[in-house]
Design a protein. Structure first.
Length: 882
């Protein structure tokens, strides 16, 4: 397979101006005709090379003249016209494709009888021959012709110009998109769909028609998606001054989709999981995800569509920025602290391990074999953290100035991460030191800090050192520019007023900016450096990296009592939560050592006391409490160990959970009692927070395996009036094997067997079970009538769910690895993108003991040598082995 490098980027030799597409959709085959106006970038006679995959070429014409075989070259990836005419010319191509047979779900395919497309990153080449790269931006018209009864709705990008009936029960629609776009934003949908319609009046008073399309039986489940869309449109106007630019915005929900959703210009296509919701069938987490993803795709209209990427290496330019925007949107619609905790947890659970493993890559990768493999948590989530750092450094107004300049300079262009950086810098005349390193250096920086107080000099000193670990292809790293937002707490727990700080031989005043008087940004740029706070009259406790101001690992010399103090008093709620997590991580790691040495496990009573005081603090937000009493995940602890030991970590985490449940039983019982849903389901922060707290208390209680508490969970299950409560009770019961467990799982399936999204929750719950030997149960579920490897959501639920359970996936007999190896090879023949996501579960295999390493390695070797392996899976599996 060919590796593609950022350093080899070249401007295209030809640009396209207008593109007319005509689709004749059929049951056996689809005929695609394209007419493209082509013009050279510079006059000369370079060949025109078009990308194509799985296409049957029927004809090629240049300026109306048919080309004969020798006038062009065709191979399995390209159609080349060696000497096109000089100046502007028209190119007409007719191809035949087979959407019904397309199980890869890229290009044009069918999902439950609906024709739909997915072109990002390089799927357009499966529709017709084209320069399939984002810097080719053209205006499209699209004509679709199909059987009217089978496909009554025909959609594409932009405005509907014309539609009408044709002979033989057919009809057609003609769409025109007035905005230039790269082909990855092209979309087509045809099927039996109905819509929920609404209108949004923009800030300049234009009416925009909003339509959310689904099969008729699901339209009633689109109210929350419509609410989310309107909220996102309003938010983008209010916060960024960005108005929608067409009179129509369509969303279509399909059940078979490789990712969450796609931002095609004015025709977003969504995985139905991220559109359909009703209180009975969707949980609070689903509702929140829908809000975030509807927002995300809508926000792409400006960050991604109006200003797009020059090449795929720049993916984070649109994705990091748009994730940042959707995070801010969700924060503004709910609780900022809780959202920040959730986002940072995700970064730690998924991105930090990626940055420390064989697939580590910079936010802007240097190379790829298959671009699909780089839609990663690094490009998305770490990329969003990079954007967040601009905002932290510039403040809200400075950030907005930078965004305004970015749009002013680049509307209608395909640009790079440097262009974004330059807009931020120039709009604010800012000094960003070597900030651009965040785009090119992989690895999570490790920052160590020690503190000392000089009572005589009234100074408090923080000494920092930083190190960026080596990653594949980058053995040696430069220091990074790291903004560390910091405050100091006085002995009563209040923020101290900060006057000035010495750094690099200069005294910088802090207090003259009243907004920052209790907080300051320490700008780390060196391998080692020191900051000295002056006029500090009592020994403070430092609160560092407030709000998680940079995507780093921070190791401090804070004592346990400092951490308990921060847990109780920090004015930065994120850091309050963080102090509890640091304590929990330390505790868990020390108990893991005890467990490995065969010592009895004993829980530090101070930890129980610290959590009890959080539980009983009625001034705290309930969802914050729920987060604060959630222990770090097993993966997070394993990542901190020299050799990951899944059994020990699992035993310790279960021990602490049970111990907390037993010591805080009365508190948990009253939380369940006092936080039941009394009224109709409402998606708002207060209600979600109540449910979150009640349900985590129930989960703790059920872990005790006590008859009475299982009865309580059963009662909650039976009386639940919404999916959040019902599923939480089911999950609480499912922790413990036995008769009740089996009965309730069967009951849940029978209730929801006709709702595939709910059935997927049922698959996932069983897949994630910690019960030893669960691999057999998961194997059996593969042949369950509701299961289908062709549907990505089902794969993510069952296979993805299984791989997220450390005890079973990493079972010492290798049964988990063998299971995944077999599935990956099977799945790769159906859908390489989904198969390569699954193979990533092996990526941390070197972190385990020798027995496990050998077993995992054997599976990776088996996969790499499988016949006809896709480039997608090859890239991930071979990088894991390298
Ligand atoms: N921009 C979209 C990316 C996407 C995608 C990429 C590869 C393969 C399938 C895909 N489906 C959607 C989604 C987004 O980030 O907004
Ligand atoms: Zn996106």
């Amino acid at each position: 397979p060919k590796e593609i490098f950022l350093k080899d980027y070249k401007l295209p030799d030809y640009y396209f101006d207008s593109v007319d597409l005509n689709f004749l959709l059929g049951e056996e085959k689809t005929i695609v005709s394209s007419k493209i106006t082509v013009f050279p970038r510079v006059d000369g006679s370079s060949p025109l090379v078009l990308d194509g995959a799985d296409l049957k070429l029927l004809s090629v014409k240049v300026n109306g003249e048919g080309l004969k075989n020798g006038d062009y070259h065709l191979d399995s990836r390209h159609l080349t016209i060696p000497s096109p005419p000089s100046g502007t010319f028209t190119l007409e191509i007719v191809t035949e494709i087979y959407p019904q047979k397309n199980t890869s779900l890229e290009g044009l395919y069918k999902s439950s009888g609906i024709f739909c497309t997915q072109c990002e990153a390089e799927g357009f080449r499966k529709i017709t021959f084209y320069q399939d790269r984002p810097d080719i931006m053209a205006k499209y018209t699209v004509r679709i012709e199909a059987d009217k009864s089978l496909y009554p709705v025909l959609l594409s990008n932009g405005n509907l110009l014309e539609q009408g009936d044709l002979e033989g029960g057919k009809h057609y629609a003609l769409w025109e998109d007035p905005f230039k776009k790269p082909c990855y934003l092209f979309a087509l949908v045809a099927g039996q769909l109905e819509s929920r319609d609404d209108t949004f009046v923009t800030c300049s008073g234009r009416n925009v028609s909003l339509r959310i399309w689904t099969p008729a039986q699901d339209v009633h489940k689109t109210a929350h998606a419509m609410y989310s869309l309107k909220a996102a449109m309003k938010w983008d106007e209010d916060v960024f001054g960005l108005e929608y630019d067409l009179d129509l915005f369509n969303i279509v929900a399909v059940p078979d989709f490789n990712m969450g959703a796609m931002e095609n210009k004015s025709l977003n296509i969504f995985n139905s999981k991220l559109v359909l919701a009703s209180p009975e069938t969707a949980s609070d987490a689903d509702y929140a995800a829908i809000l975030g993803v509807i927002g995300h795709e809508y926000f792409h209209n400006w960050t991604g569509n109006r200003v797009t990427c020059r090449d795929w290496f720049q993916l984070s330019l649109k994705e990091g920025l748009t994730v940042f925007r959707d995070q801010e949107f969700s924060s503004d619609m709910g609780s900022r602290t809780v959202k920040r905790i959730a986002d940072v947890s995700r970064l730690r659970i998924s991105q930090f391990p990626q940055d420390a493993g064989p697939m580590a890559h910079p936010v802007r990768p240097h190379s790829y074999i298959k671009m699909d493999n780089f839609y990663t948590v690094t490009v998305y989530e770490k990329g969003a953290e990079v954007v967040r750092m601009y905002k932290t450094l510039l403040g809200s107004q400075g950030f907005r100035k930078g965004m305004d300049l970015y749009f002013k300079r680049h509307d209608g262009q395909a640009v790079t991460c440097e262009d974004f950086f330059a807009a931020m810098r120039d709009a604010n005349d800012a000094d960003f030191a070597n900030f651009l390193q965040w785009y090119s250096q992989a690895g999570t920086p490790l920052v160590k800090v020690t503190s000392s107080y000089d009572a005589a000099a009234h100074t408090f000193t923080l000494k920092f050192s930083q190190e960026v670990p080596p990653t594949p292809g980058q053995p040696v790293k430069e220091p990074m520019f790291i903004p560390v937002v910091s405050g100091l707490l006085d002995p009563s727990g209040k923020d101290m007023l900060l006057s000035s700080v010495y750094h690099d031989g200069a005294l910088r005043s802090i207090a003259n900016n009243s907004e920052l008087a209790y907080n300051t940004i320490l700008r780390l740029t060196k391998k080692e450096e020191e900051f000295v706070f002056t006029d500090i009259h009592e020994r403070p406790v430092p609160s560092l990296l407030r709000g998680f101001s940079a995507p780093i690992r921070l190791e401090s010399d804070l004592s346990d009592s400092d951490l308990f103090f921060l847990l109780a008093h920090d004015s930065d709620d994120f850091n309050r939560w963080e102090a509890g997590q640091v304590l929990a991580r330390k505790l868990m790691l020390s108990l893991v050592v005890d467990f490995q040495q065969g010592k009895p496990l004993v829980l530090n009573p101070k930890f129980v006391q610290g959590l009890r005081s959080i539980l009983c603090d009625s001034s705290l937000d309930k969802e914050f409490i729920a987060k604060a009493i959630t222990l770090p995940g097993e993966g997070e602890i394993m990542d901190m160990m020299e050799v990951a030991d899944p059994d020990a970590v699992h035993a310790v985490r279960s021990f602490i959970r049970k111990q907390l449940a037993s010591e805080l039983k009365a508190d948990f019982l009253s939380l369940v009692e006092n936080n039941r849903s009394s009224e109709e389901y409402v998606f708002n922060h207060a209600n979600m927070a109540r449910r979150a707290l009640k349900n985590i208390a129930l989960a703790y209680l059920a872990s005790l395996e006590d008859q009475e508490l299982t009865e309580l969970a059963l009662h909650e299950y039976k009386t639940a009036t919404n999916m959040t409560d019902q599923f939480a009770a089911l999950a609480a019961i499912a922790q413990n094997p036995g008769e009740i467990h089996d009965e309730v799982l069967a009951d849940f399936y029978n209730k929801w067997r006709d709702d595939f999204l709910v059935v997927n929750k049922w698959f996932a719950l069983q897949a994630m079970s910690d019960v030893p030997g669960n691999v057999e149960n998961v194997r059996n579920l593969l042949s369950h009538p509701a299961y289908d490897l062709h549907n990505p959501n089902k794969v993510y639920s069952l296979i993805g769910g299984f791989c997220s359970s450390p005890v079973n996936f990493h079972a010492k007999d290798g049964s988990g690895y063998k299971f995944l190896g077999e599935i990956v090879v099977q799945l790769d023949k159906i859908n390489p993108q989904v198969a390569s996501r699954m193979v990533s579960a092996f990526s941390r295999w070197r972190r385990y003991d020798e027995t496990r390493q050998n077993l995992a390695k054997a599976q990776l070797e088996m996969i790499v040598s499988a016949n006809g392996l896709s480039e997608n899976v090859f890239e991930i599996a071979s990088k894991c082995l390298a």
